[in-house]
Write a protein of this length. Structure first.
Length: 317
């Protein structure tokens, strides 16, 4: 029996509306040496039955049924069960091109990380394909510079786990998993943890993935205090391993964002003051950098009212 080369982890939770389309796009691949791990995270709709049907009809599909614990736990479980040399992730409401698997396997080569392109589909019918620069990179600063371009200028693709292909042994041997105690930016934490072990990376121009953009952005959600604090702490810790100044600045901006979200969500004055003070300190540390560029991500995530209030706070006497 031929060894599986590519593992695709699909966390599933109450996705019956889109799941059939997602799985059909995988079953119709023009390449065979892959497996699909459907991690059913305690679905209460018809998703479980859809997963079981595909697994019974196609031996490349395997189903793991579990109680509901969140997408990070589901992805981590998929990693544990995966058999492939390389691994990627797919959300249960997205879909892929027929050449998805073949193109991945043709281009991964000896790379530790492969990045391909995504077409975003919005609910109003608008489609958007964002193509950052392509190429192969082997130096740490070169890799981080390319990632900063992907991150700060191209809709935060750094935090997308599903337009990237990883070496499974790098993940398992270095204990790299999705953090299970946060539900914000957990994808980005995983990618940044993995980046510490990347020595060669390639970005290709092929559009292989279709991302269904639903109305669940950070700007439309009230973020609770504890998750905001934990996310800020994760990102701040990971930024210390980054050498490229521009990428580090982008990460620190996200730390500021979540510190401010924490200050906004707590009624306790002492905690508000602490997080505002931390945000102010980090902001001025960025502002002293000669090449500092005030990032669009900060304006986008915070929204203008919070941002203006913060700027008034930090510049007051």
């Amino acid at each position: 029996m031929k060894k599986v080369y590519l593992s695709i982890v699909v966390p599933v939770f109450n996705s019956e509306i889109y799941l059939e389309e997602t799985l059909k796009s995988l079953s119709s691949q023009n390449y065979d040496n892959f497996e699909v791990l459907l991690v059913d995270d305690g679905s209460t709709d018809n998703s479980s039955n859809i997963c079981d049907r595909f697994a019974s009809e196609d031996k490349r599909f395997r189903v793991i049924h579990k109680q509901n614990e969140g997408v990070s736990v589901a992805r981590n479980e998929g990693i544990q069960y995966a058999k492939g040399d390389i691994i990627t992730f797919l959300d249960s409401d997205d879909w892929v091109e027929p050449s998805y698997c073949a193109t991945i396997c043709e281009n991964i080569g000896c790379n530790d990380l492969l990045i391909f392109q995504t077409c975003k589909h919005f609910t109003d019918g608008i489609q958007q394909i964002i193509k950052p620069r392509t190429g192969s990179y082997t130096e740490k600063n070169e890799i981080e510079q390319a990632l900063d371009t992907v991150y700060s200028k191209y809709s935060n693709q750094l935090g997308w786990p599903w337009n990237k292909v990883y070496r499974r042994d790098r993940i398992v041997n270095n204990d790299i998993y999705f953090p299970e105690d946060i539900s914000l930016f957990e994808d980005q934490v995983f990618v940044l943890r993995y980046m510490k072990y990347v020595q060669k990376m390639t970005i290709i121009s092929d559009v292989l993935h279709h991302y269904r953009v639903l109305d669940n952005s950070l700007t439309s959600k009230k973020i609770k205090y504890e998750p905001a604090v934990r996310t800020a702490e994760y990102l701040h810790s990971l930024s210390s391993d980054v050498e490229n100044a521009s990428l580090k600045d982008s990460l620190i901006c996200d730390v500021i964002n979540f510190r401010l979200k924490a200050a906004e969500s707590t009624p306790r004055y002492v905690l508000k003051y602490y997080h505002l003070k931390e945000s102010k300190r980090l902001f001025f540390s960025l502002a002293t950098n000669r090449d500092y560029r005030f990032p669009l991500s900060m304006r986008k995530i915070l929204g203008w009212p919070i941002l203006v209030g913060f700027l008034l706070y930090i510049f007051k006497k």
